[in-house]
Design a protein around this ligand. Sequence first.
Ligand code: ADP
Length: 589
Amino acid sequence: MFQGIRGKIIYNYLFLILISMLVVGVSLIWMLQNYLLDNLDQNMTNQGRLIADVVSEEVSLGNYDKVQEKVIQLASDLNLRITIVLKDGRVIGDSESDPDSMENHKNRIEISQALQKQVGIDKRMSSTTEIDTMYVAVPIINQGEVLGAARIGLPLQEINRTFLKVRGFMFIGILIATLIAILISLKLAKGFTEPIASISRGARKIAAGDLTTRVYSGLRDEIGELGLAINDMTKTLQQHIEEISQEKSRLENILATIASGVIMLDKFGFIRVVNPAAEEMFGINALIAEGKQNVEVIRNFGLNQEIENCILQEKFIEYEFTLYFPEERVLQCYLAPFYRDKKIAGITIVFHDITKIRKVEQMRADFVANASHELRTPLTVIKGYSETLLHGALDDREHAEKFITIIDHEADRLQRLVEELLNLSHLESRRQDPLEESADLLAIIPNVGEELKPRLLDKAIFLDLDLPKGLPHVNANPDRFKQILVNLLDNAIKYSPQGSRVQVTIQEEEKTVKILVKDTGMGIPAKDLPRIFERFYRVDKARSRQMGGFGLGLSIVKHMVENMGGTIGVESEENKGSTFWFTLLKKHN
Ligand code: ADP
């Protein structure tokens, strides 16, 4: 019926109460019975003595009839059975029966004791009344001589009835006391268990995740202490969880925003975390990838092997590889194991996209190689001819003049190259603010045309300037703009046939002005188009060099346009012609 602590308290109480009531009850009854019996013995002895006194004279005188009379009288007064027995055992008086008809009582235990001047007591069934009786006999003494014995008998039934009554009262008393004790124990148990039940309800709520719950802690005892301890624990737990979740969201934010890719795997190679940068690098979806084996997701044999090495050897690994899907990228990655309880729990891989760095490095290396090559060619020529001159050709005037002309030509070429390189490095190192500059294209373009007239005439090329009226100024340095246009027109003339036509068109757009230089020359093959603005890039090296070019012109032009906030591009078809265009920002005000 009652379970848990409450049940235990109640049942233990009940057990204790019942045991103590039983012990108390039994010993009380036992004591009471003894007390009553002692009292009865004493009373009966006193009454016996009284009767012995009353009849002693008549007995000594031999007035037995008188004795019988007195016996009947006394018995009805005292509500007892009285028997008077002579020394020889003859019954001379009895309140229940005719003394003459009664047998000799000398051998009755109580009588024989009384005849020996003692108080005789016995309990047995009376042969006269046939009832269980308690007998008390006292001697009848006259002048120091024992004349007989006076005996009183009390039916045991009566005594037992009294005892039964006493036991009944005791039982009811004990029952009432037990009931009261049970009620008190119930109340006490409730008092003990209610706070515990309330604490356990609270604890269950906390366990379910509601950390704002506080349990009952009002008592100033161990239970109250328990409540306080649980509340303190919950508070600390709440603080820790808040700290952890803040830390977690901070980490998630970092992971979500860093440009480096991050992939975390457990020690079995199952992917646990993929950040957005890694998703993009590998063309995967974190939701799909997480929970899968690395080999299912990362399609790179080398990287998968390094993952295995990192997990098995528990060592930091740096690895660089090229990924071809979804985009060609050079990735540098760092694989590092992480531990839990001093045992490897997994590894973290951080990826850096170093495609651009590698490209720049490659470009620098190419640039140095190209520049050296371009410098070496004229130098070799100069060195060759000057040595020939020194070894005697100086005296051969005709050849000497020719050789010196070549040396001069190559020195010019060298000078131009150095100037162009300086120009390029200057453009790369310093970015001008185009907003501070202003150029009037309509004034500059015709001037450029004039300057190029000798070259145009040389190839009989017609320069068509298609200039709109009222063009706004642009954000550009006029000298730079001139240089750009000269470069583009120079190329157009250079790569166009005799007698062809070169056209300069201007288109006004919303925020920009677009300048187009169109020729009908040899054009550029499609495969070369994406690289045409690279330094030293030439479609036909031999031919370009023959024409005096280094392949630096377009890259200088590109730098200049971009420095002024514009863009540059080209459309070209082989043997049909090319259109180089660039934009410049319109000047506002
Ligand atoms: P270069 O000094 O060799 O002309 P550029 O940088 O000016 O160097 O040009 C790079 C290359 O682009 C040239 O070598 C040439 O092959 C090609 N090119 C440039 N402009 C034209 C054009 N208008 N038509 C055809 N090819 C051109």
